[in-house]
Design a binder for this molecule. Structure first.
Ligand SMILES: Cc1cc2nc3c(=O)[nH]c(=O)nc-3n(C[C@H](O)[C@H](O)[C@H](O)COP(=O)(O)OP(=O)(O)OC[C@H]3O[C@@H](n4cnc5c(N)ncnc54)[C@H](O)[C@@H]3O)c2cc1C
Length: 426
């Protein structure tokens, strides 16, 4: 007797996280379909600013099952990341449907005895039934600009421009202009340096909370490796070590208007504020080509209001103020998100209310996100493959019992004719 084929696993999102899970599942013989809303994989890497290179090393950024070629160099360029992701999908022969956006996931109404399945509501009225769903829609999903008073009017003012860093590509449109970059995470720091090197007349950087700024590597030792080691140690110990090392390794820009950071480096990283890897900011600040200023509090009469009470009048404001996960509409109703709108569980774990819904890529670890995406992909795939085996065994048993019941009802019995019953004796 044959048991029906299980529904496929659907992975929502064809970024590195989604592709890595799909590859790990495909290797285990689980039919997996990636749904990507853009027209190609690696959509977020196609959109990032031109100058971007990975700040994690080539070796520690490769996804499971395909190395990055040596020709990419140690710090891989954005365009090479895109090439790598395309090749990754090809090598693993992944089933990918592009141009499909999933709007909502619902539990499929069904017999309580059956393993749960999930219905995905997607572009063009599609309804797709999944045995499991991996949500890999990205930590950096929807650009977030704070609700600054006066921001809308400012953006409409002639000669003024307000944009999110997600829309920034190159310094060219800002040549000879006065620009304010808001936010000093990795993106804000790099865009400020890019503008300063790319011919902007003046670059200011609005800093609300002073970051730890570390070298990308010291004497050949990448700071990512320290991040990997730190994950195994107690927070207080790492913070003490970082304080000590920081005297020699972290940049001190307090003379230039950027206060020294407070709080432990690792404690802050665990709360989401990972250190800034220096790829030009420190030199630009020291040379006076990027000027740190206070946090932005609002906009008025075409000017920007700063926390210290001053007003400045840049031509353009680039808000490097982060992203939202934007998972509420997709899965918020399933009780799987915490109060900040982030998945309450990650990796191979599922929330009790939603067995079979997995989340990939919703952390921002010191050890490098691409590396963690690879590790979590294997964990998720292992769990899904095991669950599937268990369900198959259960289905076979059920089908066997049903067949035996039918035979018995027909008076055929479950034994071959003339065969003595098997009895177990101690
Ligand atoms: C500027 C920048 C630099 C980074 N540098 C590094 C680095 O050096 N090293 C490192 O380890 N990490 C780095 N990261 C972090 C991380 O590795 C990347 O953000 C990575 O792309 C995350 O992969 P992902 O698959 O989780 O998300 P994404 O790459 O964002 O992919 C999500 C995909 O889901 C699709 N999608 C979203 N919603 C839907 C939907 N509803 N239906 C269908 N498809 C959908 C999107 O179109 C997208 O293709 C960086 C991040 C940024 C923003």
């Amino acid at each position: 007797m044959t048991t029906p084929l299980p529904h496929p696993v659907y992975v929502i999102g064809g970024g590195p996280g989604g592709l890595a899970v799909a590859a790990a599942l495909t290797r285990r013989g689980v039919r997996t379909v990636v749904l990507e809303r853009a027209d190609a994989v690696g959509a977020s890497w196609r959109r990032h600013y031109d100058r971007l290179r990975l700040h994690t090393t080539r070796r520690l950024s490769a996804l499971p099952g395909l190395k990055m070629p040596r020709s990419f160099g140690r710090w891989v360029a954005r365009a090479d990341v895109v090439r790598y992701l395309e090749r990754y999908a090809e090598v693993h022969d992944l089933e990918i449907v592009t141009g499909v956006e999933v709007d909502r996931v619902e539990r499929t109404p069904q017999d309580a005895e059956e393993p749960p399945t999930w219905t995905l509501y997607a572009t063009g009225g599609r309804r797709l039934v999944a045995s499991a769903v991996v949500v890999a829609t990205g930590f950096n999903h929807t650009p977030r600009i704070p609700e600054w008073p006066g921001a809308e009017a400012y953006a409409r003012t002639a000669g003024r421009e307000l944009l999110h860093a997600a829309a920034y590509r190159t310094p060219k449109p800002y040549a000879a202009r006065d620009v304010l970059v808001v936010g000093v995470g990795n993106t804000g720091a790099e865009i400020a340096a890019d503008l300063a090197e790319g011919g902007a007349a003046r670059v200011r950087l609005a800093v609300r909370t002073a970051p730890y700024i570390v070298r990308r590597s010291t004497l050949g030792w990448p700071s990512q490796r320290s991040g990997i080691l730190a994950r195994r140690l107690p927070v207080a110990l790492v913070d003490a070590g970082a304080r000590l090392a920081g005297r020699f390794l972290a940049a001190d820009l307090s003379r230039y208007g950027m206060a020294r950071p407070t709080g432990g480096l690792y404690a802050r990283a665990r709360a989401g504020a990972i250190p800034v890897q220096d790829v030009g900011l420190v030199a630009a600040v020291r040379a006076g080509r990027v000027e740190p200023v206070g946090a932005v509090t609002g906009f008025e009469d075409g000017e920007v209001l700063l926390a210290d009470g001053s007003r400045i009048a840049p031509d353009a404001v680039i808000a490097a103020t982060g992203y939202r996960r934007a998972l509420e509409a997709l899965v918020g109703h399933l009780g799987v998100l915490d109060e900040r709108g982030r998945p309450a569980v990650r990796g191979a774990r599922c929330a009790g209310e939603a067995p079979g819904i997995y989340f990939q890529g919703f952390t921002n670890p010191l050890s490098g996100m691409l590396r963690e995406l690879g590790l979590d992909a294997e964990r998720i795939a292992r769990r899904i493959a095991r669950t599937r085996e268990r369900e198959k065994r259960h289905a076979r048993k059920k089908a066997g019992a049903k067949e035996a019941g039918v035979k018995e009802a027909r008076g055929e019995g479950t034994r071959e004719r003339g065969q003595a019953p098997k009895t177990a004796r101690a």
